[in-house]
Design a protein around this ligand. Structure first.
Ligand code: FAD
Length: 302
């Protein structure tokens, strides 16, 4: 079914939003505005990232509390296990659970000396994300998401190894995978076929990144092994000093990507909001997600 045929309450589309803990008072304000704007869209959950090695334990906790406090939005805590003992990671998980959190995004994290540096499990820690999923399940976590890589993780020698790791995470109890961002929907679809071919049947939710700054996204992509297709680079070429056109092109690119994924049958989307609501809010509107006013239970076209 085309999204254009969907009436406002029958799209069957579900969204989740990802935020990161702010570093400055100004960023804190921006985050609050983003949460206020996006929470009425009634996401399935809102997740908050967690710095490798526990570097954002307190800010992540504070952000989770802020999310939960906004219209009782369901919150999911990201948790990494790199550079930490199992006891430390479990203590953080227990602390987040004491806030009422039962959803987690279980990740390995990257070594402090950067992506590409060889990963070595902490001698007293969880070995990888699959092991962390096991630990969180044993602690009573009810809904665990894990990471998936449509272009394979940079450390994976091949897709078979990559998908094997995903399978181990799912076998350990993960309910869904959320992908690294990508721009070529064919890449996602091919990956999904490989995943289904490996008898992994949990949802593999596409992670969508809005392009607020093409320069920043390109840098980020090069660090995490995501490809920037030539056609995308061409669209943004020369727009660094033309914010208005940049924003218009970014909206068009975002709309094109989500419409095409809906046409391909995708019903769940995870948005890397970068703590900015504008583009994500617009993308949600385009795929039929509207703010719930909360007063009469009806969905309203604003
Ligand atoms: P794993 O699933 O444990 O492993 C990743 C890959 O490494 C595997 O696919 C596998 O191919 C390879 N590998 C691992 N062990 C072996 C082995 N024994 N033999 C062969 N190959 C192996 N990072 C943060 O610091 N904080 C966050 O909040 C955060 N949130 C994220 C959210 C999402 C949705 C995504 C996609 C990533 C996120 N990351 C975050 C980044 C993540 O920590 C990195 O991508 C990290 O490099 C891998 O983590 P993982 O959980 O995928 O690891």
């Amino acid at each position: 079914k085309s999204v254009n045929d969907a009436t406002k309450d029958d799209t069957g589309i579900r969204v989740s939003f990802e935020f990161f803990p702010p570093k400055t008072p100004r960023m804190e304000e921006t985050l609050s505005e983003a949460i206020e704007k996006l929470a009425p869209l009634k996401p399935d959950f809102v997740s908050v990232t967690y710095g490798a090695g526990g570097s954002t334990r307190e800010p992540t906790r504070k952000t989770l509390q802020k999310v939960i406090g906004t219209d009782a939005t369901p919150a999911a805590a990201h948790l990494t296990c790199v550079d930490a003992t199992r006891e430390d990671v479990d203590a953080v998980a227990a602390d987040f659970m004491s806030l009422g959190i039962t959803r987690f995004v279980a990740l390995r994290g990257d070594p402090a000396d950067g992506v590409g540096a060889a990963y070595r499990p902490h001698p007293g820690g969880y070995r990888n994300a699959a092991h962390l999923v096991e630990g969180l399940s044993a602690m009573g976590a009810l809904d665990i998401s894990v990471a998936a890589y449509p272009e394979k993780h940079p450390e994976s020698p091949d897709f078979a190894t990559d998908i094997d790791m995903l399978k181990r995470k799912v076998d350990a109890g993960a309910a869904r995978a959320i992908t690294q961002f990508f721009f070529d929907n064919d890449t996602y679809e091919r990956y999904l076929e490989r995943v289904r071919g490996a008898a992994i049947d949990v949802p593999v939710v596409p992670g969508i990144i809005p392009i607020h700054s093409f320069k920043a996204v390109r840098n980020f992509a090069s660090r995490c092994g995501a490809e920037i297709p030539a056609w995308l680079a061409e669209r943004f070429e020369g727009l660094d000093d033309d914010p208005q056109t940049h924003a218009l092109v970014a909206s068009a690119v975002a709309a094109e990507q989500v419409f095409d994924l809906v046409e391909r049958g995708v019903t769940d989307f995870h948005f890397y909001t970068m703590n900015r609501p504008d583009l994500v809010f617009a993308m949600c509107r385009l795929i039929g997600i509207r703010a719930d006013t909360g007063d009469d239970g009806e969905l309203h076209a604003a």
